[in-house]
Design a protein around this ligand. Structure first.
Ligand code: GAL
Length: 416
């Protein structure tokens, strides 16, 4: 697909509202390659197929999307961007600032997106007052997923506080099972970090350190405690955790090898894909100490500026599909996330989904909703990657907690 400048983007907006052009196939770059993710993606593929829009799949494996964004950069540099791309937070704004994205205002106006998409998502879906991507969901990262049979067998109640969580981890470890299922990849270490920052210092500390990038907060005693807790968790993973993909860690909890996983709620998609039921087979609860706060990341599909009229029409149709209430329910029920729209009923969602929707609404209302550090909703990629480097170096034993906090101050300063 040839990439053209602004003229074509306005044309894209116009084409998005017309049905004259025959919708073409959409080439979609994404990183949804696990069982649960693929099941959710099929909902979108089938939705578009029902409109005569074919799907040209461009999966780039790698949780968290780092590899996908690298491939995207190469495609755009080669003047051959995909029709649509799964993107997160600040990555969307970076591409919008480069003038690379189509203007979706026409379809947004036609479908009334402004009235139903929360401000926290619009902050990443609009640039210079224009809609430049379609938010498909809201995930959140400060979740724990637990194998209920193991907890019942060991007489462990759902932990509420950090100390109760550590006691539970201890009890599982003593039983010979893996206490904490984890994949040793920087983005996964950082995903745990989101919830631990909230558990130590709450949203005020989280915002001061990771939204304001305040050096004092980044190097504070509270931050040392965050790294101490990360080191505590390091003591509960199995010997083969390094490099493990996130969904394989989820599988350890699903099949009873491990008791807990701290992971975003895309993990629930794996439990559902394995036929498991919340409250019967597994528990979902907020990282102990972080309840009341939600660290979120929204998957959005950004449409790249193209000149082909059929492609523009397909982009508009895809954006309209993504944002339809029926799709938002059907997709998110499978994905483990909650709808990006606030007007989708929770009827089809399971107990964890209903809890997630209620907690998201409550956090937005109470101003305790924060963008995930690990998944590109707190800072630009350069700062996010600098944080990844320090968090994963510490998790792998290169730094003690005090040194990690000092390194964090330096790394963030350099990355800005
Ligand atoms: C997140 C994304 C989720 C899921 C997860 C694991 O960044 O928002 O949809 O793909 O990565 O890869």
């Amino acid at each position: 697909m040839r990439y053209f400048g602004k003229k074509s983007m306005i044309a894209a907006a116009l084409m998005a509202t017309t049905s004259m052009a025959q919708a073409a196939d959409v080439e979609v770059l994404h990183w949804w390659t696990s069982g649960g993710e693929a099941a959710a993606l099929n909902v979108l593929k089938e939705d578009l197929s029902g409109q005569g829009i074919g799907w040209n799949d461009m999966p780039v494996a790698g949780g968290g999307g780092e590899s996908a964004m690298t491939v995207l950069r190469a495609r755009v540099t080669a003047g051959d961007p995909p029709t649509a791309v799964q993107m997160l937070g600040f990555d969307i704004l970076d591409w919008a600032e480069e003038g690379a994205l189509a203007d979706l205002n026409a379809v947004a106006a036609e479908e009334g997106w402004d009235a139903v998409v929360p401000a926290a998502l619009q902050a990443f879906a609009k640039h210079d007052g224009k809609w430049i991507s379609a938010p498909v969901n809201v995930h959140s990262t400060n979740w724990v997923w637990a194998n209920k049979a193991i907890l019942d067998e060991l007489g462990i109640a759902q932990p509420g506080s950090w100390d109760e969580f550590v006691a539970a981890l201890d009890a599982v470890k003593a039983s010979g099972k893996t206490a904490l299922a984890h994949g040793g990849q920087a983005w996964q270490d950082a995903t745990i970090f989101d919830g631990i920052v909230l558990s130590v210092g709450g949203v005020d500390f989280y915002r001061k350190a990771f939204i304001d990038l305040d050096s004092e907060a980044l190097g504070s005693d509270q931050m040392v405690e965050v790294f101490n807790r990360m080191a505590t968790l390091r003591g509960y993973v199995d010997d083969n955790f390094s490099g493990r993909d996130w969904n394989l860690a989820s599988a350890m909890v699903i099949n009873g090898e491990a008791a807990f996983q701290i992971m975003g709620d895309w993990a629930k998609g794996e439990f559902l894909n394995a036929g498991k039921t919340p409250g019967e087979d597994f528990l979902c609860f907020r990282v102990p100490g972080s309840a009341g706060a939600v660290s979120f990341n929204s998957d959005q599909f950004a449409m790249f500026g193209v000149s082909d009229k059929d492609a523009m029409s397909a982009q508009g149709a895809m954006a309209a599909s993504i944002m339809s209430p029926s799709f938002q329910s059907a997709f998110n029920v499978v994905k483990g996330s909650v709808p990006a729209r606030t007007d989708v009923p929770n009827d089809d969602f399971d107990a964890c989904g209903k809890q997630g929707m209620a907690e998201l609404a409550a956090a937005a209302e109470a101003d305790t909703l924060v963008g995930s550090i690990a998944h590109g909703h707190a800072n630009r990629a350069s700062v996010k990657n600098a944080i990844y480097d320090v968090v994963t170096a510490h998790f792998n034993g290169e730094y003690d907690a005090e040194t990690a906090a000092e390194e964090l101050v330096t790394a963030v300063e350099i990355a800005q």
